[in-house]
Design a protein around this ligand. Structure first.
Ligand SMILES: Cc1cc2nc3c(=O)[nH]c(=O)nc-3n(C[C@H](O)[C@H](O)[C@H](O)COP(=O)(O)OP(=O)(O)OC[C@H]3O[C@@H](n4cnc5c(N)ncnc54)[C@H](O)[C@@H]3O)c2cc1C
Length: 407
């Protein structure tokens, strides 16, 4: 690995985009679109533009009033509890659908916190027979021949975003029609998303696959046509794999699972790096706490962020630019690219303050620096048993009444 390098993120947005493109010459994909500029200022703007009443009526439509908040929530530009409280206050009962969707994010995260790296393997035996083919080039090149899927993939490449319903259709197509290994697909997908988040992503792929749900998710042409306004089907000349009744698709796609075992994927631990006796204290800013309002930034220590290839080596260009936008708003944060351990050693750091995370790679990386894991804002102060974390409905039974009090 090349030596760690300090970055000087330009203030001018265009220069910043160019700079990041130069510094991460290996990163693939398009530049970050203006609509998706990173940082808290844009996050607040998006939050104020939310129309929760419309969202409740049309969120499943591809052109519905979705919020585009996910990259900002993922990177901590705003906290989930802040977004939840704002929407609840502004819209009251009209916001019930959006509030519940926001809680899904908390649910997946609680599962990650509780299960750790187990979320990268099958949480339960699949309910139908799964196959584990490699992800085909046709997907990686947006050339499946199906205008709907190719358009979803192209949007992902161009913007780093895909609507929730399109994510469900796409994942179902990949896992159940193409019989691809969900884990390889989930890794690939996460790396292309601006909001790439292991909990929401990998557990959603498992939900589609049926390894964290009671049945596989699948859809037919009628469903896709309805929620896309028919815009892909109108000109499609391909033989449509979705044009059938649910009964026919069920027979065609699924055979009962014969193996009752769930597939396990080994996770490599990082090599343990030596502890040392340095004295300096620093705030370690990581990719879930990118807000100038983060209380840890008030501590009187140097603040350090590292683009470490172990954590973000496969991120798309627009995601790196999004993060650079966020960091640009956080004055006083030193930004580095390279090996986290080497950067902290070079700065003589012996102890770090940082925000708690379920990301075990990050925890391993910071272990030699006596980390003090400060709490992140919680959506609800509710203790959840293992049972509650097995399905969203069980989670919601307990958390919903607390969150929806006074609506
Ligand atoms: C296969 C698959 C992969 C996914 N990967 C990710 C991912 O890597 N990162 C990610 O943030 N979300 C992921 N999701 C969840 C969801 O699709 C996105 O959060 C949502 O589409 C983001 O767009 P939005 O902010 O406009 O959402 P909106 O529909 O406006 O929802 C508002 C917020 O509610 C939360 N939310 C809504 N739906 C879900 C959901 N199903 N699960 C969790 N949170 C939800 C998000 O924080 C979102 O920002 C995935 C879903 C699927 C089916």
């Amino acid at each position: 690995m090349s030596p760690a390098q300090k970055l000087n993120i330009p203030s001018d947005r265009l220069e910043r985009l160019h700079y990041i493109r130069r510094m991460f010459a290996h990163a693939k994909g398009a530049d970050l679109a203006l609509d998706w500029s990173g940082g808290r200022t844009h996050a607040i703007r998006k939050l104020h533009a939310v129309d929760a009443a419309q969202y409740g009526r049309n969120r499943n439509f591809i052109n519905g009033a979705v919020t585009h908040l996910s990259p900002y929530l993922r990177h901590g530009c705003i906290s989930l509890s802040e977004a939840f409280a704002f929407v609840k206050k502004q819209f009251g009962l009209q916001a019930d659908k959006l509030l519940m969707e926001l809680a899904w994010r908390d649910f997946w995260r609680q599962v990650w916190l509780s299960k750790g790296n187990a979320i990268f393997s099958e949480m339960e035996p699949p309910k139908v027979h799964l196959e584990y083919q490699p992800l085909p080039d046709a997907i990686k090149q947006a050339q499946t021949g199906l205008p709907c899927m190719d358009s979803f993939i192209s949007e992902l490449f161009d913007t780093g975003y895909m609507h929730n319903h399109a994510r469900m259709w796409f994942a179902s197509y990949v896992v159940h029609h193409l019989k691809v290994d969900w884990r390889e697909a989930a890794d690939w997908f996460e790396a292309h998303l601006l909001d790439g988040d292991f909990a929401s992503n990998h557990l959603s792929w498992q939900w589609v696959a049926s390894t964290f749900s009671s049945k596989p998710y699948y859809f037919n042409k009628e469903n896709l046509e309805r929620y896309t306004g028919g815009k892909y089907c109108a000109t499609c000349t391909a033989r449509c794999p979705f044009d059938a009744s649910y009964e026919a698709l069920n027979t065609r796609l699924f055979t009962p699972s014969v193996a009752a075992n769930s597939k396990q994927y080994p996770i490599k631990s990082l090599p343990m790096k030596a502890a040392h006796t340095f004295k300096a204290v620093a705030v370690f800013v990581h990719d879930e706490m990118l807000s100038a309002q983060n209380p840890l930034l008030n501590k009187p220590y140097p603040k350090i962020f590292v683009f470490d290839p172990v954590l973000c080596g496969d991120w798309s260009l627009n995601r790196l630019q999004f993060v650079a936008d966020c960091l640009h708003e956080m004055i006083d944060v030193e930004v580095w690219v390279g090996d986290t351990h080497a950067v902290l050693m070079q700065k003589g750091v012996g102890q770090v303050f940082t925000q708690v995370t379920p990301n075990l790679k990050l925890r391993e990386m910071l272990a030699p620096f006596s980390p003090s894991w400060e709490p992140a804002p919680k959506l609800a102060n509710v203790r959840l048993s293992e049972q509650r974390l097995r399905r969203f409905s069980r989670y919601w039974e307990k958390v919903g009444p607390v969150l929806m009090m006074d609506v």
